[in-house]
Write a protein that binds this ligand. Structure first.
Ligand SMILES: *[C@@H]1O[C@H](CO)[C@@H](O)[C@H](O)[C@H]1NC(C)=O
Ligand SMILES: *[C@@H]1O[C@H](CO)[C@@H](O)[C@H](O)[C@H]1NC(C)=O
Ligand SMILES: *[C@@H]1O[C@H](CO)[C@@H](O)[C@H](O)[C@H]1NC(C)=O
Ligand SMILES: *[C@@H]1O[C@H](CO)[C@@H](O)[C@H](O)[C@H]1NC(C)=O
Ligand SMILES: *[C@@H]1O[C@H](CO)[C@@H](O)[C@H](O)[C@H]1NC(C)=O
Length: 311
């Protein structure tokens, strides 16, 4: 790639677990909401980073051109903003994330002055992925009495928030947006297992609400474009991109798409990295053995490293 003129020197990422590089580590939530143990991270970072995957996420890749530019133009200002883990709220919802973004904007103004800060904010890319977790929670809570009108109302609420937040970012000076839509949620091994579905089947209600969201999102971006002057955007059709991968596995070098790569259950859909089959290792599994604090009060290694036995 021959680089053109560098304009964007910051990418601000907002989203749910699909984009989370590890904020969940700092949240006071159960192990189901965490990814800070193996095998998460094993193929790229070689340690768990808190990303819910074995390697990198889309924002990691989206940031590469910027990293390349930064390496080429070494005199660019580079700053980092670190929000103290103590400040992280229980639920990092879209509003709270917007609040953090505003803090960052204020810091930029303090450090670089209004003109430079405005320049950075106007040329930054605001990359977001919202909705998946909301819809999974929605289906879980309304599966029994799921109705078309409840679904439409819920989608409206999710996109209402996304619209409001986008407008506020526009007011802050944001002009370049990248929106990822919601993936084929109902086809995830975890969900297929939970609803006891056969190989080709997916949770219909989840597929329907995901499509509903994605169609409505296209409308939302068109409306924003007509309402906000200077609004530029791209939409990433994650739903169809992922569907294409799972329905043409060989083309992408995969063999299986309806069974998770780790975990237990019919589709290895739960407890990834957490259990060893008790019919294979017993009475403890490897993890338990690693974590076992021996209760004996003798020591096997002295301060100078020499081995000794207690009497
Ligand atoms: C869905 O609900 C069940 C209980 O009804 C609960 O065990 C499970 O954790 C819930 N899953 C999600 C993703 O909220
Ligand atoms: C945003 O979401 C909240 C629930 O978290 C909801 O009460 C509110 O109506 C939504 N806003 C819009 C504009 O839809
Ligand atoms: C899952 O479905 C199969 C048949 O499709 C059935 O034999 C099995 O009992 C079901 N399991 C649960 C937990 O519903
Ligand atoms: C999107 O807009 C079109 C017309 O512009 C409308 O017919 C359709 O119902 C809208 N879809 C959603 C999901 O809001
Ligand atoms: C252990 O149990 C799992 C199911 O929980 C089964 O799939 C597996 O074949 C069993 N392993 C052996 C060695 O029996």
């Amino acid at each position: 790639m021959i680089p053109g003129r560098l304009v964007t020197i910051a990418i601000f990422v907002l989203g749910d677990s699909v984009y989370d590089p590890g904020n969940n580590d700092y949240l006071d939530i159960g192990i189901d909401g965490k990814a800070n143990f193996p095998p998460y991270g094993e193929t790229f970072f070689c340690f768990p980073t808190g990303r819910f995957c074995d390697g990198r996420q889309i924002p990691d890749f989206a940031g590469y051109p910027l990293k390349m530019y930064l390496a080429m133009y070494a005199n660019l200002p580079i700053w980092e903003v670190i929000i103290s883990p103590m400040e992280l709220a229980l639920q990092l919802n879209i509003r709270i994330q917007l609040g953090y973004l505003k803090e960052v904007a204020n810091l930029l103004k303090e450090e670089l002055g209004d003109t430079e800060a405005k320049n950075i904010l106007e040329n930054a890319i605001y990359l977001s992925s919202f909705g998946g977790v909301d819809y999974m929670a929605f289906i879980n809570n309304t599966y029994i009495d799921f109705t078309q009108s409840k679904m439409e109302e819920y989608v409206k609420m999710v996109l209402g928030n996304l619209t409001e937040v986008t407008k506020e970012i526009d007011e802050m000076g944001g002009r370049k947006f990248a929106f990822q839509n919601v993936g084929p949620l109902g086809c995830q091994p975890e969900l297929k297992q939970q609803y006891n579905l056969s190989d080709k089947a997916c949770v219909e209600e989840l597929q329907t609400i995901a499509s509903q969201h994605n169609n409505a999102l296209s409308n939302v971006t068109r409306e924003l474009e007509s309402q906000l002057s200077g609004f530029n955007y791209l939409s990433f059709d994650f739903f169809n991109a992922l569907n294409d991968m799972t329905s043409h596995l060989e083309k992408y070098g995969f063999k299986v798409s309806d069974i998770a790569s780790c975990g237990t259950g019919s589709r290895r859909g739960s407890d990834c990295g957490r259990s060893g089959e008790s019919n294979v290792t017993w009475p403890l599994n490897m993890k338990q053995l690693y974590e076992l604090e021996s209760s004996a009060d003798h020591e096997y290694v002295s301060d100078d490293g020499a081995l000794f036995k207690d009497e």
